[in-house]
Design a protein around this ligand. Structure first.
Ligand code: HEM
Length: 411
Protein backbone atom coordinates (compact mmCIF):
# COMPACT_ATOMS: atom_id res chain seq x y z
CA UNK A 1 0.00 0.00 0.00
CA UNK A 2 1.60 3.29 -1.03
CA UNK A 3 1.26 6.45 1.05
CA UNK A 4 -0.59 8.10 -1.82
CA UNK A 5 -3.40 5.54 -1.64
CA UNK A 6 -4.04 6.58 1.93
CA UNK A 7 -4.23 10.32 1.34
CA UNK A 8 -7.51 11.36 2.88
CA UNK A 9 -9.73 13.27 0.52
CA UNK A 10 -13.49 13.56 0.45
CA UNK A 11 -13.41 13.82 -3.34
CA UNK A 12 -11.74 10.38 -3.44
CA UNK A 13 -14.85 9.07 -1.69
CA UNK A 14 -17.13 10.09 -4.56
CA UNK A 15 -17.75 8.66 -8.05
CA UNK A 16 -15.20 11.23 -9.33
CA UNK A 17 -12.74 8.56 -8.20
CA UNK A 18 -13.33 5.65 -10.64
CA UNK A 19 -11.92 3.16 -8.09
CA UNK A 20 -14.50 4.32 -5.53
CA UNK A 21 -17.32 4.17 -8.04
CA UNK A 22 -16.32 0.61 -8.98
CA UNK A 23 -15.99 -0.63 -5.40
CA UNK A 24 -16.17 1.88 -2.52
CA UNK A 25 -14.83 -0.67 -0.05
CA UNK A 26 -11.58 -1.12 -1.97
CA UNK A 27 -10.93 2.53 -1.02
CA UNK A 28 -12.60 2.58 2.41
CA UNK A 29 -11.10 -0.64 3.82
CA UNK A 30 -7.44 0.52 3.81
CA UNK A 31 -8.47 3.98 5.02
CA UNK A 32 -10.40 2.53 7.94
CA UNK A 33 -7.57 0.13 8.75
CA UNK A 34 -4.62 2.55 8.60
CA UNK A 35 -6.17 5.96 9.23
CA UNK A 36 -9.62 5.68 10.81
CA UNK A 37 -9.77 9.39 11.66
CA UNK A 38 -8.31 11.16 8.63
CA UNK A 39 -8.10 14.85 7.80
CA UNK A 40 -8.95 16.50 4.46
CA UNK A 41 -7.73 20.10 4.75
CA UNK A 42 -9.00 21.07 1.33
CA UNK A 43 -12.63 20.21 2.06
CA UNK A 44 -12.13 21.16 5.71
CA UNK A 45 -13.36 17.96 7.31
CA UNK A 46 -12.27 14.94 9.32
CA UNK A 47 -13.23 11.61 7.75
CA UNK A 48 -14.27 8.98 10.26
CA UNK A 49 -14.67 5.41 9.04
CA UNK A 50 -15.00 3.13 12.09
CA UNK A 51 -18.41 2.24 13.50
CA UNK A 52 -17.74 3.10 17.16
CA UNK A 53 -16.23 6.51 16.31
CA UNK A 54 -18.97 7.35 13.80
CA UNK A 55 -21.73 6.39 16.21
CA UNK A 56 -20.21 8.40 19.05
CA UNK A 57 -20.06 11.52 16.85
CA UNK A 58 -23.60 11.04 15.52
CA UNK A 59 -25.22 10.75 18.92
CA UNK A 60 -23.22 13.61 20.51
CA UNK A 61 -25.86 16.22 21.36
CA UNK A 62 -23.28 19.01 21.57
CA UNK A 63 -22.76 18.86 17.79
CA UNK A 64 -24.37 21.13 15.19
CA UNK A 65 -25.69 20.93 11.63
CA UNK A 66 -25.65 24.66 10.88
CA UNK A 67 -22.83 25.23 8.38
CA UNK A 68 -22.25 28.79 9.58
CA UNK A 69 -21.06 27.39 12.91
CA UNK A 70 -18.19 25.57 11.17
CA UNK A 71 -14.61 26.90 11.12
CA UNK A 72 -13.60 29.21 8.24
CA UNK A 73 -11.75 26.43 6.43
CA UNK A 74 -14.76 24.09 6.32
CA UNK A 75 -15.54 25.03 2.74
CA UNK A 76 -18.13 22.40 1.91
CA UNK A 77 -20.12 22.89 5.10
CA UNK A 78 -20.04 26.70 4.90
CA UNK A 79 -20.72 27.12 1.19
CA UNK A 80 -24.40 26.21 1.22
CA UNK A 81 -25.11 28.00 4.48
CA UNK A 82 -23.45 31.18 3.16
CA UNK A 83 -25.78 31.25 0.13
CA UNK A 84 -28.97 31.51 2.21
CA UNK A 85 -30.95 34.77 2.10
CA UNK A 86 -30.42 36.76 5.31
CA UNK A 87 -33.73 38.64 5.23
CA UNK A 88 -35.86 35.47 5.75
CA UNK A 89 -35.72 33.47 9.02
CA UNK A 90 -33.44 30.46 8.60
CA UNK A 91 -36.15 28.05 9.73
CA UNK A 92 -38.24 29.06 6.69
CA UNK A 93 -35.54 28.30 4.13
CA UNK A 94 -33.73 25.20 5.39
CA UNK A 95 -35.12 21.87 6.53
CA UNK A 96 -34.67 20.17 9.89
CA UNK A 97 -31.51 18.50 8.54
CA UNK A 98 -29.68 21.83 8.83
CA UNK A 99 -31.25 23.12 12.04
CA UNK A 100 -30.04 22.90 15.62
CA UNK A 101 -32.06 22.99 18.81
CA UNK A 102 -34.31 24.52 19.87
CA UNK A 103 -35.67 24.91 16.29
CA UNK A 104 -34.80 21.35 15.27
CA UNK A 105 -36.89 19.74 18.03
CA UNK A 106 -39.66 22.37 17.77
CA UNK A 107 -40.22 21.52 14.09
CA UNK A 108 -39.24 17.84 13.99
CA UNK A 109 -41.45 16.76 16.92
CA UNK A 110 -44.89 17.53 15.40
CA UNK A 111 -43.73 16.51 11.91
CA UNK A 112 -42.46 13.16 13.19
CA UNK A 113 -45.59 12.55 15.26
CA UNK A 114 -47.90 13.06 12.27
CA UNK A 115 -45.63 11.37 9.72
CA UNK A 116 -44.93 8.22 11.71
CA UNK A 117 -48.62 7.85 12.58
CA UNK A 118 -49.39 7.97 8.84
CA UNK A 119 -46.67 5.41 8.05
CA UNK A 120 -48.18 3.04 10.64
CA UNK A 121 -51.45 2.94 8.68
CA UNK A 122 -50.24 3.25 5.08
CA UNK A 123 -49.26 -0.36 4.30
CA UNK A 124 -52.35 -1.04 2.10
CA UNK A 125 -51.71 2.16 0.13
CA UNK A 126 -48.04 1.32 -0.43
CA UNK A 127 -49.03 -2.22 -1.46
CA UNK A 128 -51.45 -0.74 -4.01
CA UNK A 129 -48.69 1.51 -5.42
CA UNK A 130 -46.34 -1.50 -5.71
CA UNK A 131 -49.02 -3.71 -7.31
CA UNK A 132 -49.77 -1.00 -9.88
CA UNK A 133 -46.06 -0.75 -10.78
CA UNK A 134 -45.83 -4.56 -11.13
CA UNK A 135 -48.96 -4.71 -13.28
CA UNK A 136 -47.54 -2.12 -15.66
CA UNK A 137 -44.47 -4.29 -16.42
CA UNK A 138 -44.49 -6.29 -19.65
CA UNK A 139 -42.47 -9.40 -18.70
CA UNK A 140 -42.21 -10.47 -22.36
CA UNK A 141 -39.43 -7.94 -22.97
CA UNK A 142 -36.22 -6.99 -21.16
CA UNK A 143 -36.94 -3.85 -19.15
CA UNK A 144 -35.18 -1.25 -17.03
CA UNK A 145 -36.09 -2.11 -13.44
CA UNK A 146 -35.03 1.36 -12.22
CA UNK A 147 -37.36 3.28 -14.54
CA UNK A 148 -40.23 0.79 -14.38
CA UNK A 149 -40.20 0.04 -10.66
CA UNK A 150 -37.61 1.61 -8.36
CA UNK A 151 -38.15 5.24 -9.42
CA UNK A 152 -41.98 5.43 -9.45
CA UNK A 153 -42.70 3.62 -6.17
CA UNK A 154 -41.24 6.13 -3.64
CA UNK A 155 -42.60 9.23 -5.36
CA UNK A 156 -46.09 7.75 -5.69
CA UNK A 157 -46.08 6.43 -2.13
CA UNK A 158 -45.14 9.83 -0.68
CA UNK A 159 -47.70 11.54 -2.93
CA UNK A 160 -50.43 9.29 -1.49
CA UNK A 161 -49.27 9.91 2.09
CA UNK A 162 -49.03 13.69 1.68
CA UNK A 163 -52.38 13.86 -0.11
CA UNK A 164 -51.35 15.05 -3.58
CA UNK A 165 -54.43 15.31 -5.80
CA UNK A 166 -54.53 12.73 -8.57
CA UNK A 167 -54.66 15.29 -11.37
CA UNK A 168 -51.52 17.02 -10.04
CA UNK A 169 -49.49 13.80 -9.82
CA UNK A 170 -47.64 14.34 -13.08
CA UNK A 171 -46.56 17.90 -12.09
CA UNK A 172 -45.66 16.59 -8.65
CA UNK A 173 -43.41 13.92 -10.20
CA UNK A 174 -41.63 16.53 -12.35
CA UNK A 175 -41.10 18.89 -9.40
CA UNK A 176 -39.88 16.03 -7.17
CA UNK A 177 -37.30 15.06 -9.82
CA UNK A 178 -36.21 18.72 -9.97
CA UNK A 179 -35.72 19.27 -6.23
CA UNK A 180 -33.56 16.15 -6.00
CA UNK A 181 -30.94 18.14 -7.96
CA UNK A 182 -30.38 19.95 -4.66
CA UNK A 183 -28.54 16.84 -3.46
CA UNK A 184 -25.72 17.42 -5.97
CA UNK A 185 -23.19 19.97 -4.67
CA UNK A 186 -21.47 19.95 -8.10
CA UNK A 187 -24.60 20.70 -10.20
CA UNK A 188 -24.43 22.90 -13.31
CA UNK A 189 -26.00 26.40 -13.46
CA UNK A 190 -28.80 24.99 -15.68
CA UNK A 191 -29.53 22.32 -13.06
CA UNK A 192 -29.59 24.99 -10.34
CA UNK A 193 -32.15 26.93 -12.41
CA UNK A 194 -34.33 23.79 -12.75
CA UNK A 195 -33.95 23.14 -9.02
CA UNK A 196 -35.05 26.69 -8.11
CA UNK A 197 -38.00 26.54 -10.50
CA UNK A 198 -39.21 23.19 -9.10
CA UNK A 199 -38.68 24.26 -5.50
CA UNK A 200 -40.75 27.41 -6.06
CA UNK A 201 -43.50 25.41 -7.81
CA UNK A 202 -43.64 22.90 -4.93
CA UNK A 203 -43.73 25.72 -2.39
CA UNK A 204 -46.66 27.34 -4.15
CA UNK A 205 -48.41 23.98 -4.49
CA UNK A 206 -47.98 23.06 -0.82
CA UNK A 207 -49.26 26.48 0.28
CA UNK A 208 -52.29 25.92 -1.92
CA UNK A 209 -52.93 22.44 -0.45
CA UNK A 210 -52.38 23.66 3.15
CA UNK A 211 -55.03 26.37 2.62
CA UNK A 212 -57.43 23.87 1.02
CA UNK A 213 -56.99 21.32 3.86
CA UNK A 214 -57.59 24.03 6.45
CA UNK A 215 -61.09 24.49 4.95
CA UNK A 216 -61.71 20.83 4.07
CA UNK A 217 -59.55 18.29 5.94
CA UNK A 218 -58.81 15.00 4.14
CA UNK A 219 -57.28 11.68 5.13
CA UNK A 220 -53.65 12.74 4.55
CA UNK A 221 -50.46 14.05 6.18
CA UNK A 222 -50.98 17.67 5.19
CA UNK A 223 -54.40 17.64 6.91
CA UNK A 224 -52.78 16.07 9.99
CA UNK A 225 -50.14 18.83 10.11
CA UNK A 226 -52.75 21.56 9.69
CA UNK A 227 -54.73 19.97 12.57
CA UNK A 228 -51.62 19.90 14.78
CA UNK A 229 -51.01 23.60 13.99
CA UNK A 230 -54.59 24.39 14.99
CA UNK A 231 -54.02 22.49 18.27
CA UNK A 232 -51.05 24.78 18.97
CA UNK A 233 -48.01 23.04 17.41
CA UNK A 234 -45.39 25.78 17.05
CA UNK A 235 -44.59 25.48 13.32
CA UNK A 236 -45.55 28.12 10.78
CA UNK A 237 -46.75 27.56 7.22
CA UNK A 238 -43.41 28.33 5.54
CA UNK A 239 -41.58 26.00 7.92
CA UNK A 240 -44.12 23.31 7.13
CA UNK A 241 -43.74 23.77 3.35
CA UNK A 242 -39.92 23.64 3.52
CA UNK A 243 -40.05 20.41 5.48
CA UNK A 244 -42.66 18.79 3.24
CA UNK A 245 -40.22 19.41 0.38
CA UNK A 246 -37.48 17.85 2.55
CA UNK A 247 -39.54 14.66 2.72
CA UNK A 248 -39.36 14.49 -1.07
CA UNK A 249 -35.69 15.40 -1.33
CA UNK A 250 -34.68 13.04 1.47
CA UNK A 251 -36.97 10.20 0.57
CA UNK A 252 -37.27 9.62 -3.14
CA UNK A 253 -33.82 8.90 -4.54
CA UNK A 254 -32.68 7.11 -1.39
CA UNK A 255 -35.61 4.70 -1.37
CA UNK A 256 -35.31 4.16 -5.14
CA UNK A 257 -31.71 3.09 -4.49
CA UNK A 258 -32.68 0.85 -1.58
CA UNK A 259 -35.05 -1.06 -3.88
CA UNK A 260 -32.62 -1.06 -6.84
CA UNK A 261 -29.56 -2.11 -4.82
CA UNK A 262 -31.64 -4.75 -3.02
CA UNK A 263 -33.01 -6.22 -6.25
CA UNK A 264 -29.50 -6.41 -7.73
CA UNK A 265 -28.11 -8.12 -4.62
CA UNK A 266 -30.90 -10.72 -4.66
CA UNK A 267 -30.26 -11.45 -8.34
CA UNK A 268 -26.53 -11.83 -7.63
CA UNK A 269 -27.22 -14.05 -4.61
CA UNK A 270 -29.92 -16.56 -5.62
CA UNK A 271 -29.54 -18.46 -2.32
CA UNK A 272 -30.57 -15.34 -0.41
CA UNK A 273 -33.45 -14.79 -2.85
CA UNK A 274 -34.60 -18.38 -2.25
CA UNK A 275 -34.45 -17.88 1.53
CA UNK A 276 -36.73 -14.85 1.14
CA UNK A 277 -39.21 -16.68 -1.09
CA UNK A 278 -39.28 -19.67 1.28
CA UNK A 279 -39.84 -17.40 4.28
CA UNK A 280 -41.37 -13.98 3.42
CA UNK A 281 -41.09 -13.04 7.11
CA UNK A 282 -37.41 -12.42 6.29
CA UNK A 283 -38.36 -9.26 4.32
CA UNK A 284 -37.53 -6.87 7.22
CA UNK A 285 -34.15 -8.58 7.81
CA UNK A 286 -33.44 -8.47 4.07
CA UNK A 287 -33.98 -4.70 4.00
CA UNK A 288 -31.67 -4.19 7.01
CA UNK A 289 -28.97 -6.23 5.29
CA UNK A 290 -29.32 -4.25 2.04
CA UNK A 291 -29.04 -1.02 4.06
CA UNK A 292 -25.92 -2.31 5.79
CA UNK A 293 -24.23 -3.98 2.83
CA UNK A 294 -25.02 -1.45 0.09
CA UNK A 295 -26.88 1.47 1.67
CA UNK A 296 -27.96 4.41 -0.49
CA UNK A 297 -26.10 7.14 1.49
CA UNK A 298 -22.32 7.34 1.91
CA UNK A 299 -21.94 9.75 4.79
CA UNK A 300 -23.39 12.47 7.00
CA UNK A 301 -21.75 15.39 8.81
CA UNK A 302 -21.60 16.97 12.24
CA UNK A 303 -19.92 20.19 13.40
CA UNK A 304 -18.30 19.75 16.79
CA UNK A 305 -19.60 22.00 19.55
CA UNK A 306 -16.62 21.48 21.88
CA UNK A 307 -13.06 20.19 21.71
CA UNK A 308 -13.26 16.39 21.73
CA UNK A 309 -11.14 13.34 21.01
CA UNK A 310 -12.41 11.02 18.28
CA UNK A 311 -10.68 7.67 17.88
CA UNK A 312 -7.65 9.04 19.72
CA UNK A 313 -7.46 12.14 17.50
CA UNK A 314 -8.13 15.65 18.85
CA UNK A 315 -10.93 17.49 17.04
CA UNK A 316 -11.53 21.13 17.94
CA UNK A 317 -14.83 22.92 18.40
CA UNK A 318 -16.20 24.19 15.02
CA UNK A 319 -14.38 21.50 13.05
CA UNK A 320 -16.45 19.28 10.76
CA UNK A 321 -16.54 15.50 11.01
CA UNK A 322 -17.81 13.40 8.08
CA UNK A 323 -18.96 10.03 9.36
CA UNK A 324 -18.70 7.49 6.54
CA UNK A 325 -21.75 5.28 7.16
CA UNK A 326 -20.82 2.97 4.29
CA UNK A 327 -17.46 2.15 5.92
CA UNK A 328 -18.90 1.87 9.45
CA UNK A 329 -21.46 -0.65 8.20
CA UNK A 330 -18.66 -3.02 7.10
CA UNK A 331 -16.52 -2.56 10.22
CA UNK A 332 -15.08 -6.02 11.06
CA UNK A 333 -14.93 -5.05 14.77
CA UNK A 334 -18.74 -4.95 14.75
CA UNK A 335 -19.95 -7.20 11.96
CA UNK A 336 -18.93 -10.80 11.50
CA UNK A 337 -18.01 -11.54 7.88
CA UNK A 338 -18.88 -7.92 6.97
CA UNK A 339 -18.35 -8.40 3.24
CA UNK A 340 -20.92 -11.18 2.93
CA UNK A 341 -24.53 -10.40 2.06
CA UNK A 342 -26.59 -12.68 4.31
CA UNK A 343 -30.24 -11.85 4.86
CA UNK A 344 -30.68 -14.12 7.88
CA UNK A 345 -27.50 -13.22 9.77
CA UNK A 346 -28.10 -11.78 13.24
CA UNK A 347 -26.26 -8.47 13.14
CA UNK A 348 -25.97 -5.36 15.34
CA UNK A 349 -27.88 -2.29 14.07
CA UNK A 350 -26.34 -0.55 11.05
CA UNK A 351 -25.84 3.21 10.68
CA UNK A 352 -27.37 3.63 7.20
CA UNK A 353 -29.96 6.10 8.54
CA UNK A 354 -27.41 8.12 10.56
CA UNK A 355 -28.03 8.50 14.28
CA UNK A 356 -28.87 10.72 17.23
CA UNK A 357 -31.41 13.52 17.03
CA UNK A 358 -31.05 13.86 13.22
CA UNK A 359 -31.55 10.14 12.50
CA UNK A 360 -33.57 9.75 9.31
CA UNK A 361 -37.19 10.71 9.98
CA UNK A 362 -38.24 8.72 6.90
CA UNK A 363 -36.70 5.41 8.03
CA UNK A 364 -40.04 3.70 8.86
CA UNK A 365 -41.42 4.56 5.42
CA UNK A 366 -38.23 3.54 3.59
CA UNK A 367 -38.24 0.22 5.42
CA UNK A 368 -41.91 -0.41 4.64
CA UNK A 369 -41.48 0.43 0.94
CA UNK A 370 -38.31 -1.66 0.68
CA UNK A 371 -39.90 -4.68 2.32
CA UNK A 372 -43.05 -4.59 0.20
CA UNK A 373 -41.31 -3.73 -3.09
CA UNK A 374 -38.57 -6.38 -2.85
CA UNK A 375 -40.80 -9.20 -1.62
CA UNK A 376 -43.56 -8.58 -4.17
CA UNK A 377 -41.05 -8.19 -7.03
CA UNK A 378 -39.52 -11.63 -6.48
CA UNK A 379 -42.84 -13.27 -5.66
CA UNK A 380 -44.17 -12.02 -9.00
CA UNK A 381 -40.95 -12.71 -10.98
CA UNK A 382 -38.97 -15.41 -9.11
CA UNK A 383 -36.66 -15.91 -12.13
CA UNK A 384 -35.85 -12.21 -12.49
CA UNK A 385 -32.27 -11.82 -13.69
CA UNK A 386 -29.94 -9.21 -15.10
CA UNK A 387 -29.63 -9.08 -18.88
CA UNK A 388 -25.84 -8.94 -18.47
CA UNK A 389 -24.78 -9.94 -14.97
CA UNK A 390 -21.09 -9.46 -15.88
CA UNK A 391 -21.51 -5.88 -17.09
CA UNK A 392 -20.29 -3.07 -14.85
CA UNK A 393 -23.43 -1.69 -13.15
CA UNK A 394 -24.53 1.75 -14.36
CA UNK A 395 -23.73 3.47 -11.04
CA UNK A 396 -25.00 7.03 -10.87
CA UNK A 397 -22.36 9.78 -10.63
CA UNK A 398 -24.12 11.75 -7.85
CA UNK A 399 -21.60 12.20 -5.00
CA UNK A 400 -22.40 10.71 -1.59
CA UNK A 401 -25.19 8.44 -2.87
CA UNK A 402 -24.99 4.94 -4.35
CA UNK A 403 -27.56 3.72 -6.79
CA UNK A 404 -27.95 2.80 -10.43
CA UNK A 405 -29.10 4.87 -13.43
CA UNK A 406 -30.40 1.76 -15.14
CA UNK A 407 -30.74 -1.96 -14.40
CA UNK A 408 -31.78 -4.01 -17.43
CA UNK A 409 -33.50 -7.26 -16.44
CA UNK A 410 -35.60 -10.06 -17.88
CA UNK A 411 -38.37 -11.81 -16.02
C1 HEM B 1 -33.32 3.98 2.35
C2 HEM B 1 -33.76 5.21 2.37
C3 HEM B 1 -33.13 6.32 3.17
C4 HEM B 1 -31.86 6.46 3.65
C5 HEM B 1 -30.69 5.50 3.49
C6 HEM B 1 -31.81 7.73 4.34
C7 HEM B 1 -30.69 8.23 4.99
C8 HEM B 1 -30.66 9.39 5.73
C9 HEM B 1 -29.51 9.88 6.46
C10 HEM B 1 -28.14 9.22 6.48
C11 HEM B 1 -29.87 11.03 7.07
C12 HEM B 1 -28.97 11.94 7.93
C13 HEM B 1 -29.05 11.43 9.36
C14 HEM B 1 -27.98 11.99 10.27
O1 HEM B 1 -27.31 12.96 9.90
O2 HEM B 1 -27.80 11.42 11.37
C15 HEM B 1 -31.26 11.28 6.77
C16 HEM B 1 -32.00 12.34 7.24
C17 HEM B 1 -33.27 12.66 6.79
N1 HEM B 1 -34.06 11.89 5.96
FE1 HEM B 1 -33.59 10.06 5.21
N2 HEM B 1 -33.04 8.32 4.27
C18 HEM B 1 -33.88 7.49 3.58
C19 HEM B 1 -35.22 7.70 3.33
C20 HEM B 1 -35.94 8.81 3.70
C21 HEM B 1 -37.34 9.01 3.48
C22 HEM B 1 -38.29 7.97 2.87
C23 HEM B 1 -37.64 10.28 3.91
C24 HEM B 1 -38.95 11.00 3.92
C25 HEM B 1 -40.06 10.59 3.35
C26 HEM B 1 -36.42 10.85 4.43
C27 HEM B 1 -36.31 12.13 4.97
C28 HEM B 1 -35.23 12.57 5.72
C29 HEM B 1 -35.20 13.85 6.43
C30 HEM B 1 -36.30 14.90 6.44
C31 HEM B 1 -33.99 13.88 7.13
C32 HEM B 1 -33.50 14.98 8.09
C33 HEM B 1 -33.80 14.53 9.53
C34 HEM B 1 -33.26 15.48 10.60
O3 HEM B 1 -32.26 16.15 10.36
O4 HEM B 1 -33.85 15.54 11.70
N3 HEM B 1 -35.41 9.94 4.29
N4 HEM B 1 -31.73 10.26 5.96
Amino acid sequence: MSGEDLRASLIALTPMNPAYQRDPHAVLRPLSHHCPVARDDEAGTFIVTRYADARRVLIDRRTSRDGMKAEEGAHLARRQAAQLPTEIPRTEVVSILQLDDPDHTRIRRPLQRAFHARVRTCRPRVEAVVDAALNAIDPGQPFDLMAAYCVPIPVEAIAVILGVDHERLSDFRTWSEGVILGLNPFRSPEQTATLEHCRAALHAYFHEVIAARRDHPCDDLISDMVALQAEGADINEDELAVNLIALLVGGNLTTTDLIGNGARLLMLNPRERDKLLADPALAPALVEEVLRYEGPVDMTQRIMGEDVVVGGCPVAARQVVSTVLRAANRDPEIFEEPDRFLIDAKRPPHLAFGGGSHICIGAPLARLEGQIALLKLFQRFPELRMVDADAVPAWRTLPFFRGMEELMVTA
